[in-house]
Unconditional design. Structure first.
Length: 320
């Protein structure tokens, strides 16, 4: 029986991945989470959770917590992280402690435990401002401590694959959105929550900055493929995105249309000064992931927004 450890498994992507794997596989799933952002309730409502999953409350900054949760596992997906650009600027020490030291603990525990493959959740943040589209050959130029810590993480993944004969795949996620994202401060859940609270949406800068928005189920499928496909190299770095560029202004229009179809009033946005450390353009070339993983996104932005808004409306009482 295949067994997998998901760190950060109670969070946004983690809880969606647990549900995806329960539906897709017969694997046993261990979950390690310190519950700083996630909520075990998000998992307990998933069908078959009690029969297929074991929960360990712990922190990747404590190696002993990982060792307990990783016992007899075949795979590890490391989703535990400090995930905010602004948070990393406010406290770069904490950002590094979680995203670098915590990852080293995961990699070391995996090497010592004979893990077959580790998936590391990375980001486009290591690349900074680049000529579009982003790809794996671009020279990284991080603009924030978060980007720097994620870049260091990719370096440690490569180093551990070489030094400890460990199979590691680092996936650079673009901007992920979808159900269960109520704790995230990223633009889509933020806009939805503000509108449901009858507040005015705040847009930083002129709204022409672009992102590559990917639905969480497409991310889960990419993780599954990265775990199960035969890969020639011990270490791989892959962009996981849609390959489509959407401005924040365009995003607001899509959200507004979907919300108004649900009979929800949407106020005009308020524009304020752009924030430091945030890039202006971001979308990715996903040809390498298509080639190595046979990966391709299946949910377009309008459909994904509709699904996400529906979830937020149905679960509003849970996150207010």
């Amino acid at each position: 029986m295949t067994k997998i450890l998901i760190t950060g498994g109670c969070g946004f992507i983690g809880s969606n991945l647990v549900e995806f794997l329960i539906q897709k596989t017969d694997w046993q799933i261990n979950i390690l989470d310190n519950l700083s952002n996630g909520d075990i309730k998000d998992l307990e409502n998933i069908n078959e959770f009690d029969n297929r999953c074991n929960f360990f409350e712990g922190d990747i900054r404590k190696k002993e917590d990982i060792i307990e949760a990783i016992d007899n596992c075949d795979f590890v997906v490391n989703l535990a992280a400090q995930a905010g650009v602004i948070s990393s600027i406010e406290d770069p020490q904490l950002d590094a402690e979680i995203n670098i030291k915590g990852l080293i603990n995961v990699l070391q525990s995996g090497a010592e435990g004979g893990i077959k493959r580790i998936i590391q959740a990375s980001s486009a943040a290591p690349l900074g401002e680049q000529k579009m589209p982003l790809n794996e050959k671009k020279v990284p130029k991080p603009l924030s401590p978060y980007g720097a810590s994620k870049l260091a993480g990719e370096g440690y993944c490569s180093a551990f694959s070489s030094s400890y004969d460990l199979n590691v795949v680092a996936l650079r996620f673009s901007n992920v959105y979808g159900p269960r994202s109520y704790e995230k401060g990223s633009v889509i859940p933020k806009f939805i929550k503000e509108t449901l609270d009858n507040d005015q949406v705040t847009i930083y800068g002129d709204g022409n900055q672009t992102r590559d928005f990917i639905y969480v189920k497409d991310i889960c499928n990419a993780i599954y493929l990265a775990l199960t496909e035969n890969l020639e190299n011990k270490f791989e770095l892959l962009q996981i995105a849609t390959g489509k560029e959407t401005s924040v202004n365009e995003l607001f229009k899509i959200l507004k249309k979907s919300l108004e179809e649900q009979k929800i009033n949407v106020k005009n946005p308020k524009y304020v000064k752009a924030r430091k450390g945030e890039i202006l353009r971001n979308y990715a070339d996903i040809s390498k992931a298509k080639s190595l993983l046979n990966y391709g996104p299946k949910v377009d932005l309008t459909e994904g927004i509709d699904k996400t808004i529906k979830w937020f409306i149905e679960n509003k009482g849970e996150f207010k």
